[in-house]
Design a protein around this ligand. Structure first.
Ligand SMILES: Nc1ncnc2c1ncn2[C@@H]1O[C@H](COP(=O)(O)OP(=O)(O)OP(=O)(O)O)[C@@H](O)[C@H]1O
Ligand SMILES: [Mg+2]
Length: 396
């Protein structure tokens, strides 16, 4: 150990005093590395670009070799170079062994796969359509290949949900079976149907609160994995349930709960929305002292404050008095209209569907019987079961 420190101190001394021999070694190292880097850039970038752009023979093999080269330890490369350049090796005639040229050669072999491989990956990641469209705008054949396309944060889709073959079972009993349903971004859709038809079950699936037994849910073009949806997607959807469960705290604490879960705060917005839902004077009242209608308005404010892309409403006004029903409908219409929120409303109350929804569907025994523009749904239903349901007859 002593020897190590003595050598270290000697080396530092040589650096500090600007020893001419040491300066020579450093300069030589810089020359060797600079030359190797120059050779690698000049050869590696065009070769990597070519591999990324053109269908080259044995491209798969070359790619595999490049990726292998990226992970080679320098000591292995050193050994290979030694064998190549040794007097009896294939490049022995060059007489490069133990010369700076051998160092340049070795460093080039180490750096080349990195430069060529990274260039190839970068070029391949450019969207082919971008090349085509940039060329149509007059780009040279080189320009579109180095441009980077703007990637939309999310797949842009007119439909927010696409459901295919969606099925839910409990205890072996099928309670929901939808062949297909598309929900448009920004629309207000109502689903009506008798008790037990599967309406709340469908909303739980749409809020990604439970996975379907079978079938596919695509949300904004993205297929939801069969396990649980990523948090980032779940946070774009929220539900107001028929029976709101509030924290044993005051109104304002309850209203900001969704924001709090996201680590956000916006007191001004919380206060403004509570004013809007008519709870301004009650912000510090304990939730348990509120009437049912007031509790539901707290739940609605709590949901709207997180600015969901989709608002699911599960019988939001059942058992409420006409004043609260009217107020809640008005806020949903106004707020969601302003924010472009997609609303899916589940209700027994066909009049509420008529007042709020642009499209209405009938769910019976887990199946979507009919879905149409609200006016057509009510005025000229195509399925006799819809007509019977609208007349108030028992259907199932
Ligand atoms: N977690 C569960 N476990 C077992 N069965 C369930 C479960 N959730 C719902 N069900 C059953 O699935 C069927 C559909 O229930 P769901 O709550 O979706 O109906 P709904 O249309 O919302 O009815 P309502 O109008 O009365 O709220 C019912 O028969 C119900 O008993
Ligand atoms: Mg229900």
């Amino acid at each position: 150990m002593d020897g190590f420190f003595t050598s270290l101190i000697q080396a530092l001394g040589l650096i500090v005093t600007g020893d001419p021999a040491l300066r020579g070694i450093v300069l030589l190292s810089l020359q060797v590395s600079g030359l190797a880097l120059g050779i690698t850039v000049v050869t590696g970038i065009p070769i990597g670009a070519l591999l990324g752009l053109r269908r080259v023979i044995a491209r798969g093999l070359i790619t595999a070799l490049l990726y292998t080269g990226m992970g080679l330890p320098p000591v292995v490369v050193g050994l290979a170079v030694y064998m190549l350049l040794s007097r009896s090796g294939p490049l022995g005639a060059l007489h490069w062994l133990f010369t700076p040229s051998a160092m340049v050669f070795a460093q080039t072999i180490i750096a080349f796969p990195l430069v060529a491989g990274l260039t190839m990956t970068a070029v391949r990641s450019v969207d082919p359509d971008l090349r085509l469209q940039a060329r149509a705008l007059g780009a040279t054949s080189f320009q579109p290949r180095i441009a980077s396309p703007a990637r939309p944060e999310h797949f842009v889709s007119e439909s927010i949900y696409e459901l295919r073959g969606l099925c839910q079972e409990y205890g072996g009993r099928t309670v929901l079976s939808l062949a297909s349903l598309t929900v448009r971004e920004g629309e207000r859709l109502a689903l009506v149907g008798p008790s037990g038809a599967g309406k709340s079950t469908l909303l739980r699936l749409l809020n990604f609160l439970e996975p379907p037994r079978r079938g596919v849910i695509r949300f904004r073009g993205q297929e939801i994995p069969s396990g649980s949806a990523p948090l980032e997607l779940r946070r774009q959807v929220t539900t107001v349930f028929q029976r709101p469960v509030l924290l044993d705290a005051d109104v304002v604490t309850n209203a900001r709960y969704g924001l709090h879960l996201r680590g956000l705060s916006s007191e001004a917005r919380v206060r403004a929305l509570l004013e809007r839902v008519g709870l301004g004077p009650l912000v510090h009242t304990l939730a348990r002292r509120l009437s049912a209608g007031e509790m539901q308005r707290v739940a609605l404010a709590r949901a709207l404050l997180v600015e969901p892309r989709v608002l699911l409403l599960d019988e939001p006004t059942a058992n409420l008095d006409p004043y609260n029903v009217g107020l809640i409908e008005e806020i949903v219409r106004e707020h969601c209209g302003q924010h472009g929120t997609t609303v899916i409303l589940v209700t027994h109350n066909i009049f509420q569907a008529k007042r709020l929804a642009e499209r209405t569907g009938l769910l019976l025994s887990g199946q979507l019987i009919e879905l149409d523009a609200t006016k057509a749904f009510f005025e000229s239903p195509r399925d006799p079961r819809t007509a019977a349901f609208l007349r108030g007859e028992i259907v199932g």
